[in-house]
Design a protein around this ligand. Structure first.
Ligand SMILES: CC(C)(COP(=O)(O)OP(=O)(O)OC[C@H]1O[C@@H](n2cnc3c(N)ncnc32)[C@H](O)[C@@H]1OP(=O)(O)O)[C@@H](O)C(=O)NCCC(=O)NCCS
Length: 191
């Protein structure tokens, strides 16, 4: 989707029209991906490279989006990736992902990243979090409708409501940027 198209989207699309597809509960697609960090995962400082964590996040979220939508899904955007603590070689990293919100053809997947020493029984601590939007696609790569997610717990419900706020802000931010660009272009200012 172009920035213009996304910006032009009406917030009314947040009430999706997918009546023929039965909804799916959050737990049906919730997934955890675990991986032990090794020397090949490090950056120049000797801790784990952020990109390694981001790939795991994208992998886990993609599995969730595929399971929820019942077919292929592609990453449309990744935002609010937060790195809270460094991850070290020898950490067992758990990437926990679930569908927070569904639109007509897109899904927001929320991800929490936890780490614990691979050979110790100390509790895992949260080291990161992220929110990704996936679009379900058909064989031609075109968006296809998704089942609506059915929050099952109070926490699921809170995450669903927060995801709707992020969706509104994504659209509003793009709209504001497009308006600024159009204004600058009308004034003959450079890109
Ligand atoms: C994502 C993609 C399928 C969207 O296709 P499109 O023709 O623009 O389709 P639409 O405009 O109908 O958008 C489809 C849905 O995705 C959402 N979407 C599209 N771009 C988005 C973005 N940048 N951020 C958030 N949501 C986005 C739309 O809001 C829409 O959701 P809705 O149906 O629930 O309202 C297309 O841009 C694409 O294939 N991108 C490449 C994906 C990819 O290769 N990912 C891996 C990167 S390495």
């Amino acid at each position: 989707m172009t920035d213009q198209a996304l910006a032009a989207e009406s917030d009314s699309r947040d009430t999706p029209d997918t009546p023929d597809i039965p909804g799916k509960p959050t737990s049906a697609s919730r997934t955890t991906l675990s991986h032990i960090m090794t020397n090949s995962d490090t950056n120049l400082l000797g801790t784990v490279h952020g990109g390694v964590i981001m790939k795991l996040v994208d992998d886990a979220a993609g599995a969730v989006a595929g399971r929820h939508s019942g077919g292929p899904a592609v990453t449309a955007s990744m935002d609010e990736m937060a790195f809270l603590e460094p991850v070290r070689v020898g950490d067992l990293v758990h990437v926990k992902a679930q569908v927070n919100w569904t639109g007509r053809t897109s899904m927001e997947v929320g991800v929490r990243v936890l780490a614990e020493r691979w050979n110790e029984s100390t509790p895992a601590t949260q080291v990161g979090s992220a929110y990704l939007v996936f679009a379900a696609v058909d064989a031609d790569g075109k968006p296809r409708p998704v089942p609506q997610v059915i929050p099952e717990t109070e926490r699921d419900e809170r995450r669903n409501q927060e995801a709707q706020i992020r969706r509104t802000h994504r659209l509003a931010r793009r709209r504001a940027i497009m308006e600024l660009r159009e204004k600058r272009a009308a004034e003959g200012l450079a890109d």
